[in-house]
Design a protein around this ligand. Structure first.
Ligand code: IPE
Ligand code: IPE
Ligand code: MG
Length: 260
């Protein structure tokens, strides 16, 4: 059933089967969306939350393994308290309303980031939703909440240093994998595709280590306007890229390494 659905979607949208395994999205532009309409910023956040449902379902149906959404950065705590409060309220509503939909779509919810910074009631709501969807085997939806790429790397360094101190790890045997494994994303596939809406050309402290070889897609479309057709367009763009990872590409387009 799942494969049938996937194949019919690939056909409908004229996509090849080579989709990214892990898509990360910087959902930006809610404020500007609201401003254009002379609405308060929170109206933009509310509209942005609506965009999520459609894309989560589509990503799951297409068989994408993981979708990581940058929903709130550690720097976002600097925003006016009433905006932060309303964002937290929206998150609570999202969790309350969406669990049923996540379960129906076999989506497992997870988070990365400093969950301990969030209001207690949100922490509890998150825990409930994470537990309720833990058995799902389709898309893994990762919400980055109070997330900072630098903080995640700092944590990884702390864990590694503690292992060295305990004598469990020899500093000379620290490899890239040691670091990858100490990050909060260690259990997820490589992030092969990053989308940022609203046109800013920066990563704003998102997955610093993980984005080393991701393909980037930056669109001027504001997050509340980013819908199925925009996601499909982004995926088509991804499928047109030649991923070389520093190697060379041979004529049939497959990747060959210079040093095997
Ligand atoms: C992204 O939209 C949502 C969050 C960062 C929480 P913004 O609120 O950053 O929207 P702009 O960038 O001001 O338009
Ligand atoms: C990045 O957007 C964070 C999220 C989308 C949650 P920001 O709007 O906070 O980033 P800057 O301020 O443009 O770098
Ligand atoms: Mg912004």
């Amino acid at each position: 059933m799942q494969t049938f659905k996937k194949n019919s979607l690939l056909k409908r949208y004229r996509l090849k089967s080579s989709l990214p395994k892990h898509v990360a999205i910087i959902m930006d532009g809610n404020g500007r969306w609201a401003k254009k309409r002379h609405l308060p910023r929170i109206a933009g956040h509310r509209a942005g939350a609506h965009s999520i449902r459609e894309l989560v379902r589509l990503a799951g149906e297409l068989g994408i393994e993981a979708l990581t959404l940058y929903a709130f950065s550690t720097e976002n705590w600097k925003r006016p308290p009433h905006e932060v409060r309303l964002l937290m309220q929206l998150l609570k509503q999202y969790l309350r309303n969406e669990v049923k939909e996540l379960l129906e779509n076999n989506v497992r919810l997870q988070t990365i980031g400093r969950r301990q910074d969030l209001p207690l009631e949100i922490q509890k709501e998150l825990e409930k939703s994470i537990q309720a969807t833990a058995h799902c085997t389709g898309l893994t939806l990762v919400l980055a909440l109070s997330y900072s790429g630098r903080a995640d790397l700092t944590n990884a360094v702390k864990k590694i240093a503690a292992d060295v101190k305990k004598g469990k790890l020899n500093p000379a045997s620290v490899t890239e994998k040691t670091i990858t494994d100490a990050l909060s994303t260690s259990h997820l596939p490589e992030v092969d595709f990053l989308i940022r809406t609203s046109g800013e050309m920066r990563i704003s402290n998102f997955l610093l280590w993980e984005l080393a070889y991701s393909e980037f897609f930056i669109t001027k479309t504001l997050w509340p306007d980013f819908k199925t057709k925009d996601f499909i367009l982004a995926l088509k763009d991804f499928q047109g890229r030649q991923r070389r990872f520093g190697g060379v590409t041979n004529i049939i387009g497959s990747f060959t390494s210079w040093a095997r």
